[in-house]
Design a protein around this ligand. Structure first.
Ligand code: IPE
Ligand code: IPE
Ligand code: MG
Length: 232
């Protein structure tokens, strides 16, 4: 059975997980981090080659300042705590999103981590921070225009300028927490991705839950516009 090459996840439901336990929302974020580690390790273990995690969206700046600060501090803390371990595990880490609004200290860490892990091969981990799908497409178009090398924007040209390039498009998209929407995550890249929605909240999404999503993925017939008889 085929393991998806690229999995993209919207890790949603931390706030509701906390609320159910009468805890502050941020307690849900802290708990969510544990699952991030578990899911990265599991993906690496089962042979997923690309994993893209939506950690902070461009629209999330609209949240209360205290929550935004908590999330940024949590990110910084995790970058410090986890990157050496991930480097030892041969994980190549890349951050996708707009860096201009991030704290300087976060940007510096990000650069160090990307450089250090650049040659790693086992798993390509993309962490989406201040990312949105529409931002990705617009920055790609603006870069093409600024370079002035291409007369027309074709699909092939645009894809080379997306922040996820040269990664293949996701095979499996997962969103936790029961919301059936994309919330401006990858837009272009999910054109033919299998979409999996689960009501599990992110802090409850363990490796067995990921295996369930993969089992579902393995039942899908990906036709890309053809008919069944044409496949294989
Ligand atoms: C996802 O959980 C984490 C981020 C957006 C950073 P939420 O914080 O959105 O949790 P809910 O959706 O309010 O439960
Ligand atoms: C999407 O979740 C963003 C991340 C998980 C980082 P949101 O909780 O922000 O999405 P909406 O607002 O419910 O659509
Ligand atoms: Mg949410």
């Amino acid at each position: 059975m085929s393991i998806p090459k690229h999995i993209a996840i919207i890790m949603d439901g931390n706030g509701r997980w906390a609320k159910k336990r009468l805890l502050p929302r941020v307690a849900g974020h802290a708990r969510g981090v544990k699952r991030v580690k578990e899911i990265i390790e599991h993906c690496s273990h089962i042979g997923v080659k690309y994993l893209t995690l939506f950690a902070f969206g461009r629209e999330n700046w609209k949240r209360p300042q205290t929550e935004v600060s908590f999330l940024m501090n949590l990110l910084l803390e995790q970058l410090d705590k986890e990157f050496l371990h991930l480097h030892e595990e041969d994980v190549k880490i890349r951050f996708i999103g707009d860096r201009s609004r991030l704290d300087k200290i976060i940007c510096e860490k990000i650069e160090v981590i990307e450089k250090l892990t650049n040659a790693n091969k086992k798993l390509n981990l993309n962490v989406a921070v201040d990312y949105s799908g529409s931002y990705d497409i617009i920055q790609a178009i603006n870069t093409v225009l600024a370079e002035g090398k291409h007369k027309n924007i074709t699909r092939e040209v645009l894809e080379k300028y997306l922040l996820t390039y040269p990664n293949p498009a996701p095979d499996l998209f997962i969103r936790t927490s029961g919301e059936i929407r994309i919330s401006n995550f990858m837009l272009w890249q999910i054109a033919y991705t299998e979409l999996y929605f689960t009501s599990k909240l992110w802090p409850d999404f363990n490796k067995q839950a990921l295996d369930d999503a993969i089992k579902w993925f393995q039942t899908r017939e990906r036709r890309y516009g053809k008919i069944s008889e044409q496949l294989e």
